[in-house]
Design a protein around this ligand. Sequence first.
Ligand SMILES: NC(=O)c1ccc[n+]([C@@H]2O[C@H](COP(=O)([O-])OP(=O)(O)OC[C@H]3O[C@@H](n4cnc5c(N)ncnc54)[C@H](O)[C@@H]3O)[C@@H](O)[C@H]2O)c1
Ligand SMILES: [Zn+2]
Length: 366
Amino acid sequence: MGKLTIQLPDVQYDVHIGEHAYDLFSSDYKSLLDIADRVGIIADKQAADLHLSVLLDALENAGVSPSIKIVPSGEKCKTAQVFFECQSYLVKENFTRNSLLIAFGGGACGDLTGFVAATFMRGIKFVQCPTTILAHDSAVGGKTAINLPEGKNMVGSFHQPSVVLFNTKLLTTLPTREIRSGMAELIKHAFISDAVWAEQLLEEKGFINPTEQWLSRELLKGIQVKATIVAEDEFEHSTRKFLNFGHTFGHAVEAVCGFGGLSHGESIMIGMAYSFILSERHGKVDASFTDRFIRFARKNGYSFAPVLEHTFDSFLEFMVKDKKAAFGEMNFVILESLGKPFVKKVTAEECEQVFLDLQKRIEMGE
Ligand SMILES: NC(=O)c1ccc[n+]([C@@H]2O[C@H](COP(=O)([O-])OP(=O)(O)OC[C@H]3O[C@@H](n4cnc5c(N)ncnc54)[C@H](O)[C@@H]3O)[C@@H](O)[C@H]2O)c1
Ligand SMILES: [Zn+2]
């Protein structure tokens, strides 16, 4: 089983990854359960239908019978309504400041549960039990949030989990689309940190058909990148912004396609292609690398269709609303070279030129 420690100025916690991660509830984390007066699980409906019994068995072995709140699967759980339903549920179940919550699901359920834990009685402890590949990213680092009709992740806080237990056995039921989504964030971690690793992933035949063993190892590397960055900059004043590589344009793609049109990671893959073109202009990334990246993405089933189907203005509308935008200029994470990110302000005019270039490159590659 893989393990690493997230070291922050005020707290530290461990991430354990492997098929026996939940066994640790009966050993290393028995005392965390024992000091809690109540233990509750907030579980994604789909993840619960498929796998909740695995978590419940592990908790039973540790002598715990938790309260269980099932929430709608995926992004549908990150609403104010579901948030308050969870809070009321905890009150009804007599939870106190000494209670513990467990998030069981993908990034959406993790974000929701983290925010419930951050705010219930001004904050209680919680454990992340991620069930998607993408959640190797979201479960670590303490960002929690729900959405507003006006925008994604608009209400949230920083609240670190007590531990992250990542049972990789549960990933075998993920639909291909969700594998694609998570793998996009994994390769993002490589692009912003390590040229050799990025090259290895670009050559990987089983990129969206990974074996459990390979995946556990790679996810640990991804978490290590996130851990290092979060340790340096917990509250995103500087280097944590690098984790947004591909996200400024990617979030706009996600929004234009209507949340649910393309998955988060599928949108970020398009956003990374866009950022590589910016990196040709402001860094030393070769145009042939961008084209190779687009071919790699296509070969693995990622779609670039939204870039051809929508106008630049429809994306711009969302880019200016992005939390990273200010005064008509958008902040982009750009690569000097593979593994060497920096942040740069880009004007709307240049954004449009890059967009038109991306359209051309996609058409050329068809
Ligand atoms: N907090 C952070 O730092 C951070 C970072 C990145 C993303 N996020 C958030 O994460 C969310 C995306 O997370 P996600 O990609 O995990 O998506 P998700 O949580 O929406 O889950 C995707 C789908 O997979 C299903 N699912 C979950 N586990 C499954 C399993 N084992 N087998 C089969 N199906 C399963 C879910 O029911 C859902 O339908 C977004 O809301 C995004 O904002 C947060
Ligand atoms: Zn992301």
